[in-house]
Design a protein around this ligand. Structure first.
Ligand code: TYD
Length: 210
């Protein structure tokens, strides 16, 4: 039985997911709620072991292996952290989840949508978020922010051309249109304070912030 709430944050690189997740976690904790903040890929010993294989440029990873590694990380995360936390009534905030797999591995890499959906459902034990915040941003602005924040360094995904992230963004928007009850599109091209207000509005029916 799910007593807790699962809220996921999605968007392209530089959209502000991690900062907004932290801001929401802080507000919920000050309101006395139990919060578990986690990130994908990672969040477990196995997932943190997989993460560098997916992020760093050293090891060649083909598209099928990439999908299965993301899903292996998710399967362990759901089993080890998300389901137990939800069972005890915790609010789980997750930085990326199933919609990332659809947007990147289907939308941008071009793997078959039904296959990606079915494998993800299997890996995630059919655990669907109660609410998903899609921080929408043009990829050009995302990259400008990343460069401003940490100079020239980039990971395996950030090396992809702009067209890759345009496909990711378009896929996210399509997924959001198909799931209007679950996914709130928040315009990320605004100040962090304004975005935070929009995020709060998108979760207020699910969690008490004060
Ligand atoms: P990360 O540093 O966590 O991204 P960000 O800081 O932008 O949130 O790196 C995760 C990368 O992996 C990111 O480029 C998106 C990609 N990804 C997928 O392609 N599929 C997935 O299922 C997940 C969870 C992430």
């Amino acid at each position: 039985m799910r007593k807790g709430t699962l809220i996921t944050f999605e968007g392209i690189e530089g959209a502000g997911k991690s900062s907004q997740l932290e801001l929401l976690a802080k507000q919920l904790r000050s309101a006395g709620r139990n919060v578990s903040a986690i990130r994908e890929p990672g969040g477990t010993e196995l997932g943190e072991g997989i993460r560098p294989l997916l992020k760093e440029k050293g090891t060649p990873v083909c598209e099928k292996a990439e999908l299965l590694l993301f899903l292996a990380s998710r399967a362990q995360l759901v089993h080890e952290r998300i389901l137990p936390a939800l069972a005890e009534g915790t609010i789980v905030l997750c930085d990326r989840y199933s919609d990332s797999t659809l947007a990147y591995q289907w939308g941008a890499r071009g793997l078959p949508i039904q296959l990606v959906k079915e494998l993800d459902r299997f890996a995630a034990a059919a655990c669907v978020p109660d609410r998903t915040i899609l921080l929408d941003l043009p990829p050009e602005e995302g990259f400008r922010r990343i460069r401003a924040a940490r100079g020239g360094l980039s990971d395996r995904f950030e090396e992809e051309p702009l067209a890759f992230f345009q496909k990711v963004r378009a896929a996210y928007l399509q997924i959001a249109r198909e799931n209007p009850q679950r996914i709130a599109i928040v315009d990320g091209f605004r100040s962090p304070e304004t975005v935070q207000l929009a995020v709060n509005a998108a979760v207020k029916e699910l969690v008490t912030l004060s």
